[in-house]
Design a protein around this ligand. Structure first.
Ligand code: SF4
Length: 391
């Protein structure tokens, strides 16, 4: 019986990439899914993380590496070659058994399996694929699997990974080749990292989903090490826009850089967490709200302002003198108003189809944040008066 406590060495090694989304929901709907027994705790120290769903629900997944004995030397990474710490390498058989056992015990509802590079990217990818194949075939594992694609993997391996996973990801780490060379000079931006992301998109477009896991090709994501290479928000968001619109990535993660002892970047200061926050807000505006890059409120440095969210900054510049009439605006215009998201905009359209809106309270009743929206709207041609109640 493999010793599962060895997995605890992985806990602090993986960078943050916590927000899994839509596809996890399908796993929750599996008939054999079991809730964690309230009287039992998982073995301590295991790399089990809560992943957030779009509906706000949080579920536990095992987030682990097949090996921490990486042969590469990325300057930001705790696993980089030559760094002195205890390394572990797990067999695909053992990893598959642990994931299955933890799931059956109700401690996790899926797994995110990545790896350091050992014996080359191609060999490492074979080991990752073997792990998931054992899970799917030997254990008939139906729950969520997010599988990492290694730098240096080949197209056939990417296809195979996509046939057995719910999600695949390849971390670009930086927005372009020049920035990547400051973080991970052994990685090749175009050939090793961007190429597999392009294959994923091309495979989804050209091959029948009947070849895929549960007849649906997996979603894809990537991650940037944000703030480690002197890159600007403009550089990050320009690449993000390309990834969402051309390669149909589901998510782009901005993992805030934090220095790790005994790495070449150990003296570089950590990122201000608000920067990450603003990048996520801007990326959602681009992905979900139809905003263009040129509409983002970049400062002359190419960074977003930290002190104001990008949607509010855009509205202050563009809507202060020309507020939007709530009773006439279309969906595209409504979702540009601060305090109104897709749900709120749809609710306005529905309410308004029955009768004209007259008061701020009507907007509040359907979930609009009137404090944020009021300065940028008209209701029946009148700018609503919103008074902040302090006491
Ligand atoms: S390839 Fe780079 S980022 Fe990945 S585990 Fe190895 S050193 Fe870390």
């Amino acid at each position: 019986m493999p010793d599962i406590s060895r997995l605890s060495t992985i806990t602090d090694l993986m960078s943050v990439e916590m927000d899994e989304d839509a596809h996890i929901l399908s796993c929750l709907q599996q008939p054999n899914f079991r809730q964690t027994p309230s009287h039992v705790s998982p073995p301590s120290g295991l790399p089990i993380h809560m992943a957030a769903l779009p509906n706000g629900k949080r579920i536990p997944i095992l987030k682990t590496l097949l090996t921490s004995a990486c042969e590469r030397n990325c300057y930001y990474c705790a696993c980089r070659a030559g760094r002195d710490f205890r390394r572990e390498t797990f067999k695909p058989d053992d990893m598959a058994q642990w994931v299955n056992d933890l799931t059956k015990a109700g401690f996790i509802q899926g797994a995110f399996i990545s790896s350091g590079v050992a014996g080359g990217g191609r060999h490492t990818q074979d080991c990752l694929i073997a792990t998931v194949e054992i899970l799917r075939k030997k254990y008939n594992y139906q729950s969520y699997i997010h599988l990492k694609i290694m730098p240096g993997s080949e197209r056939d391996q990417v296809i195979r990974a996509m046939q057995i996973s719910d999600r695949v990801s390849i971390n670009l780490e930086a927005p372009n080749s020049e920035r990547l060379s400051r973080l991970a000079p052994q990685k090749m931006f175009i050939d090793e990292l961007l190429a597999p992301l392009r294959w994923v998109n091309e495979i989804r477009s050209s091959l029948s989903p009947h070849l895929a896991w549960k007849n649906r090709w997996p979603s894809s994501t990537t991650q940037f090490v944000t703030g480690g290479a002197g890159e600007s928000d403009l550089e990050l968001l320009r690449t993000t826009l390309y990834l969402h619109r051309k390669l149909r990535l589901a998510r782009v993660y901005f993992s805030g850089f934090g220095p790790i002892a005994d790495t070449p970047l150990e003296n570089v200061p950590p990122i201000n967490p608000w920067r990450q926050n603003r990048l996520y807000q801007a990326s959602f505006l681009i992905r979900d709200y139809g905003f263009e890059l040129e509409e983002m409120p970049f400062e002359t440095t190419g960074d977003l302002p930290i002190e104001v969210d990008p949607k509010l900054a855009w509205a202050q510049k563009n809507l202060t003198d020309t507020p939007i009439e709530i009773n006439r605006a279309d969906l595209h215009q409504l979702i540009r108003i601060p305090g109104i998201g897709h749900k709120g905009a749809q609710a306005i359209l529905t309410a308004r189809s029955k009768q004209k809106m007259h008061h701020l309270e009507e907007l509040k009743a359907i979930g609009v944040s009137i404090k944020r929206a009021a300065p940028f709207i008209l209701i029946n041609g009148q700018q609503p008066i919103f008074q902040l109640v302090l006491f």
